[in-house]
Design a protein around this ligand. Structure first.
Ligand code: ACO
Length: 399
């Protein structure tokens, strides 16, 4: 076998960098992260300020177009999204044809991909008007698709969008039916959902966004690239972690709530068990999104008649982990997924929908990166190198 660790090629020195931990594949103006300091900004605006003052639609516009919209731009953007929320009958029939117990993320990726078939006049990445149209269609329809998938999965008839309602409010109504928006709790849920979407809107070169860029670099359509991003997000080490966190909390609860022995199992490398919702490639400090989400979870669960067992368990797990050198030495802190699941659960979402909610939030980020790359004169087709470690030349006839 070749023992090569580096390769000198015509284009320079090739470096082995598993997981691209130290490789920048592009320049970007969208999101700034300082992982050591726990800072996250979209287009220069701190995530905490956006969380306190803005809406998901405003943030989507900001992330995609680079500036906050003025009131006229926001109104037009919102109207465009509401006017395009309905799905064509053929697309609804296609979603209805999938097995009802299929995972919602599989259906979501498929539905996004088939938008290239239903809207074939919006697939050309070289045509700015088509790209703008595809941007609106994706943002407008993803909540309707997600709600349709959910309703089918629980054996209830899917609901049509109501364009008199706001983007997030209508998504919750299409999902759960009779959400009135009038009670205090409903209003809090709408705000909580909006806030969670804001906090997920972009996170620079995470696995799914990098995937969207890699696929887009071959000049594939926005739909095809975003569909690939949805599949990348599905994995348990990425967006699938929010589902895995809830499953982990349920497992600990079912074993009598013994946090210490679960942490002991995590620390035993042989067990191959990770503390889900902990750790991050970039954050080596408290994830600023997790801080916001933890506060929101406390606010929502406070209003429930009974204390939430899983939230209590999550708080205990965090406190124990952050007092343990295994976690502090490795700079492992709660990430965005650690507390989001308990909120989704309180809203009534099954765990299988959690990653779909992440996808709804991340959509503007995927679109923004795809569009930025499209206009980047330095962008080239993504094509990493490798260091070959297989057999040297062998002869077929030789024994
Ligand atoms: N629990 C226990 N140990 C962990 C964890 C964890 N969650 N995360 C990392 N470690 C340990 C590793 O075992 C390793 O220890 P070692 O140095 O003794 O070998 C060290 O910390 C570094 O871990 P890596 O796997 O090298 O870190 P990497 O940057 O490759 O992985 C990741 C980051 C995938 C997020 C990892 O922390 C993880 O698996 N976390 C759990 C899954 C999760 O929550 N994912 C969501 C991420 S955020 C997002 O996608 C939205």
């Amino acid at each position: 076998a070749f023992e090569t660790k580096t390769l000198l090629s015509a284009t320079g020195k090739v470096t082995l960098d598993p997981g691209f931990a130290n490789t920048a594949a592009c320049q970007s103006k969208i999101t700034y992260i300082d992982g050591e300091a726990g800072i996250l900004r979209y287009r220069g605006y701190p995530i905490e300020e956006l969380a306190a003052h803005s809406s998901f639609l405003e943030v989507s516009y900001l992330v995609i177009h680079g500036e906050l919209p003025d009131s006229g731009q926001l109104k037009e953007f919102s109207e465009q999204l509401r006017a395009n929320a309905a799905l064509p009958a053929e697309m609804r029939a296609m979603l209805d044809a999938f097995p009802r117990d299929a995972h919602p993320m599989t259906l979501l990726a498929s539905a996004v991909n088939t938008m290239a078939a239903f809207y074939a006049d919006t697939v050309d990445p070289k045509d700015s008007e088509q790209v703008d149209r595809a941007t609106i269609l994706l943002l407008a329809k993803l909540p309707t698709i997600a709600a349709h998938i959910y309703r089918n999965s629980v054996g209830q008839p899917p609901l049509e969008p109501d364009d008199s309602l706001g983007y997030v409010e209508d998504f919750l109504r299409m999902t759960f039916g009779g959400l009135s928006g009038e009670s205090e709790l409903d209003a809090l849920f709408v705000r909580a959902m909006d806030l969670l979407l804001i906090l997920h809107a972009d996170h620079e070169q995470n696995c799914s966004t990098a995937t969207v860029r890699v696929v887009g670099s071959s000049q594939a359509s926005l739909y095809g690239s975003v569909s690939a991003g949805v599949n990348a997000l599905f994995g348990p080490l990425h967006g699938g972690a929010n589902q895995a966190v809830l499953e982990m909390l349920e497992e600990i609860r079912d074993l009598g709530g013994d946090v210490d022995s679960y942490l002991a199992k995590v620390k035993d490398k042989e067990s191959k068990t990770r503390l889900m919702g902990f750790g991050h490639r970039v954050y080596k400090n408290y994830d600023p999104r997790s801080k916001e989400i933890k506060g929101l979870a406390a606010q929502i669960l406070d209003r429930q008649a009974e204390p939430d067992e899983l939230f209590e368990l999550a708080l205990r797990l965090e406190a124990k982990a952050l007092a343990d050198p295994y976690f502090t030495d490795r700079k492992l802190y709660p990430n965005v997924d650690f507390y989001s699941g308990v909120i989704y659960r309180a809203m009534g979402f099954p765990t299988s929908m959690f990653t779909v909610l992440f996808a709804l939030g991340r959509l503007p980020g995927w679109i923004a990166h795809w569009r930025e790359q499209r206009l980047d004169p330095a962008a080239r087709i993504a094509r990493p190198r490798q260091l070959y470690t297989g057999h040297a030349k062998r002869s077929y006839s030789g024994s």
